[in-house]
Ligand binder design. Sequence first.
Ligand SMILES: Cc1cc2nc3c(=O)[nH]c(=O)nc-3n(C[C@H](O)[C@H](O)[C@H](O)COP(=O)(O)OP(=O)(O)OC[C@H]3O[C@@H](n4cnc5c(N)ncnc54)[C@H](O)[C@@H]3O)c2cc1C
Length: 453
Amino acid sequence: MTAAAHPTLDALADRLGDRLVLPADPQWDAARSPWNLAIEQHPAAVATPGDVDELRALLDAARADRIQVAVQPSGHGASGTLDGTLLVRMSAFDGIDVDVAARTARIGAGVRMGRVLEALAGTGLVAMSGSSSVVNATAFTLGGGHSWFARSFGFGSSSLRAVELLTADGRHRWVGDADDPELMWALRGAGGAFGVVTAIEVDLHQAPVLTGGRIVFEGTDAAAVFRATVAAGRTAPDTLTLHAGAVRIPDVPQAPAELRGRTIVAVEAVELGESAAARAALDTIRAAGTVVLDTIRRIDVPALTTIAEEPTDPSPGFGWSVLADLDEEQVTRLVETWESPDAQAVMGLAFRVLGGALAAPPARHGIAGAVRETHIVSGHAMGVPALAEASRRAFEALDAALGVAASDRTFCTFLAPGVGYSGAYAESDVARAARVKATVDPEGRFRGNRDFT
Ligand SMILES: Cc1cc2nc3c(=O)[nH]c(=O)nc-3n(C[C@H](O)[C@H](O)[C@H](O)COP(=O)(O)OP(=O)(O)OC[C@H]3O[C@@H](n4cnc5c(N)ncnc54)[C@H](O)[C@@H]3O)c2cc1C
């Protein structure tokens, strides 16, 4: 579809200047690209509205030109479904307002998680944040969001108090449970297509003392360290979160010379507090291999996003993940499969220990509800076309290695491109969310990165 097919949108170009990018513009390719460079998307136009008036004008233009509106702050979760849409970036909505006494924060829809945590430095409070600094706080929360603190407080969406929302009828308002409980239920985990969220209000949680860091082991220790982490996770306090991972650093010039061709095995840990029980759990993991680096220490809130040392620049990636109940035998099989010649395309293998509050009904009702499985397992590969088929086969092999331990679901924020919400939630819940969508957006004006299938 060309820009000429959208006369109303084109007519906004003078008013919006470089806040509306059309296919003929020189910055088009940069504007349309998502963070995950493995995903191609071909929207009709890309807008970065400066305020709600501009957002409303864009929505009106999309309606007049009969195209859908898709909000994508950055595109870690890009799924390739946004062709022909008006793609909206939210970077101008960049306010953060922290109320320390009330333990709440209002966060603009353009704000990344790293900035939220910086705003909380020294307050003794944390927001529900995941492992990456560059993930958008609103996108994370609307997708459920698995946080370092999930074992204490459940999904990130369970801490969502209210949203400021522009709906298809042109209304812009704050919505909470007292206004529309059914909409809030759907927004807490499947929230990408009910309107444009311009800000969220979230609970902050008390964290006077935070401990965190990573323990790095020799590359040959993966199976032993994974087994020890599974065992430690069974009895660890809910205040302690454990992630275990192994990464094969490719032998390519882009990788640091000293790491090329090596395997890094690491356990990342965050504790809300500093307890003897957590220290004992970490000591059993340390004893499972040869420790080459140990950064576990007291940390301030902003340091949460540095623990996992995840990439912050856009990069291409293929991913796979599944909720599972791991035991020592399964985790051993998983590592053996990952180390086999058949799975060499998969660069990283990881799992996170779940349980605690995540296994209980959420504090605030939402489609992202209790998770029965004890772990989430994931793999990632470089998202280059030459590796697509080998990665797909390797992910299948990893899934098969888990056998009956694997479920058929994952977290919404970890869903692979092209998979609908039923890859994360029960079909009856997806149908319920679809009914909410039909009520609030009867023309289907908004398009999320997931379908209600
Ligand atoms: C390195 C890395 C680390 C990660 N760590 C974690 C983690 O620890 N825990 C976890 O749960 N996930 C994690 N993720 C996954 C990430 O949370 C998802 O990809 C999620 O989609 C957010 O990505 P994003 O901020 O780029 O949002 P986008 O991909 O830009 O947006 C995702 C979707 O959210 C909806 N949306 C976003 N903003 C709005 C809005 N203002 N109004 C309406 N709808 C909106 C849209 O449907 C949009 O397509 C990680 C991803 C990466 C790449």
